[in-house]
Design a protein around this ligand. Structure first.
Ligand SMILES: Cc1cc2nc3c(=O)[nH]c(=O)nc-3n(C[C@H](O)[C@H](O)[C@H](O)COP(=O)(O)OP(=O)(O)OC[C@H]3O[C@@H](n4cnc5c(N)ncnc54)[C@H](O)[C@@H]3O)c2cc1C
Length: 388
């Protein structure tokens, strides 16, 4: 059997790895010219079953060794003294099996684990699909038994097979921006977090000495052109952010996107299916999308490897992932409320909660930081089948 996968970030390589283990031939096309390895991009989270999947790939040790090491967080508000807290207190309710790692680093490790026996074609996209015959942007055609879109929130496979993105995208009322800049705040291994009504930012060190990364979140009542969002982000809401924002214009990796979820009644159409953000993205930075992508890819490969026929396997994949995906979509807005409070009263409350956290009994601390079941709990209903 032969699979054509679009997207070589997280879901794509995980799926490729496990399909190879089931004896499939796999081609992965990726729009980017090279693998997005290195510590670029943003931090992502692997919880519970997703950690189990990378462990089963033999990558657990490397992934844990490469985890981010920002052990404290300092919250700056527009009024009041800064509050510093050990990051472990904030993560208490997230999961007892949790690894935070830069997306580029994880993508690099996944690529390394698959590149020898997967046909990767970087700088290539699917231009046209006729059933499972794809015309690629390099002019070649390729016929597979299965085509999988693992190409993220703005999936090309989804657009070609299911229709325009607007049909499936649900705006959560906020935008995020990320860029790299010189380490102007000199916070060491501490994450500097800033909050004001409808605004939030974090500035944290990268693995490259002398460089840090800034992440800005801004709420808007409705969708706005990106130029207007960029202007909103450029307005400092804390004096410490002025030198950070002074570097925005010069950033070569500036990334801006809306925080939206992908909701579909079905992410399968004949021999074409979607995995990860492409089919059920819970929203960047709010819903544990990386864990859903990793676990979803494993479940899909396991079902396809069961030898029960394509249609039955794809139906079982959908039914196994429906619960976790629904959970991920439900918690997105709650997580957004926690990280970008709307009002001064909410900011005051979360500051008091941060002050109290270290002094609370572990059970209560875990409950307060779990975001009502949280991104980790969404995968609780998943039972990973044994490895082939
Ligand atoms: C700023 C930011 C912060 C985030 N924070 C977190 C977090 O804290 N925790 C967390 O778990 N998740 C977080 N996420 C979400 C996380 O990055 C995604 O859920 C995860 O990467 C999904 O993996 P994926 O493989 O499905 O898609 P992606 O990682 O989006 O990968 C899609 C791949 O497809 C490629 N591609 C796109 N279009 C095409 C095409 N037409 N043809 C071929 N290739 C294509 C892309 O180049 C990319 O390599 C965050 C996202 C962002 C943007």
């Amino acid at each position: 059997m032969r699979a054509l996968i679009s997207g070589a970030s997280i879901a794509g390589p995980v799926l490729a790895y496990w399909l190879r283990r089931h004896g499939w031939q796999v081609t992965v096309v990726e729009r980017a010219a090279t693998v997005r390895a290195g510590d670029g991009g943003h931090a992502v989270d692997l919880f519970g079953p997703a950690v189990e999947v990378v462990d089963r790939m033999g990558l657990g040790e490397k992934v844990r060794a490469a985890r981010t090491r920002n052990d404290t967080i300092t919250l700056f508000r527009t009024t009041g003294r800064p509050i510093t807290l050990a990051a472990e207190h904030l993560a208490a309710g997230v999961s007892d099996r949790h690894v935070e790692i830069m997306r580029g680093t994880l993508a690099g490790l996944l690529h390394e684990a698959t590149r020898d026996d997967v046909d990767y074609r970087f700088g290539t996209v699917i231009d046209h699909l006729d059933g499972t015959t794809a015309t690629l942007s390099d002019g070649s055609t390729l016929t597979a038994d299965l085509v999988v879109g693992a190409d993220g929130l703005h999936s090309g496979v989804r657009r070609l097979v299911f229709g325009p993105e607007q049909r499936f995208r649900h705006f959560l009322g906020a935008y995020l921006a990320v860029y790299t800049l010189p380490d102007v705040l000199h916070t060491g291994p501490t994450v500097a977090a800033f909050t004001a009504p409808g605004r939030a930012a974090t500035v944290y060190p990268t693995e490259t000495p002398g460089l840090s990364r800034a992440l800005f979140l801004v709420r808007t009542p409705h969708e706005l052109p990106h130029g207007q969002v960029r202007d909103l982000i450029r307005r400092p809401f804390h004096p410490h952010l002025e030198p950070v924002l002074a570097h925005l214009g010069a950033a070569t990796d500036f990334y801006l996107d809306d925080i939206s979820q992908i909701k579909m009644d079905s992410w399968t159409h004949g021999p074409v299916t979607l995995v990860g953000d492409a089919g059920y993205g819970p929203g960047p930075a709010v819903g544990g999308g990386t864990s859903l992508a990793t676990a979803g890819a494993y479940v899909l490969a396991t079902e396809l490897g069961s030898g029960s026929g394509l249609a039955a396997a794809l139906a079982r994949y959908e039914s196994a992932m429906r619960g976790p995906v629904h959970h991920g979509h439900r918690i997105g807005p709650a997580v957004l409320n926690a990280i970008v409070p709307r009002t001064r009263a909410q900011i005051w409350l979360s500051a008091q909660a941060m002050r109290l956290l270290p002094h609370l009994p572990p059970g209560l601390r875990a409950r307060l930081t779990s975001f009502g079941g949280g991104p980790a709990a969404m995968l609780d209903s998943l039972h990973l089948q044994p490895t082939p």
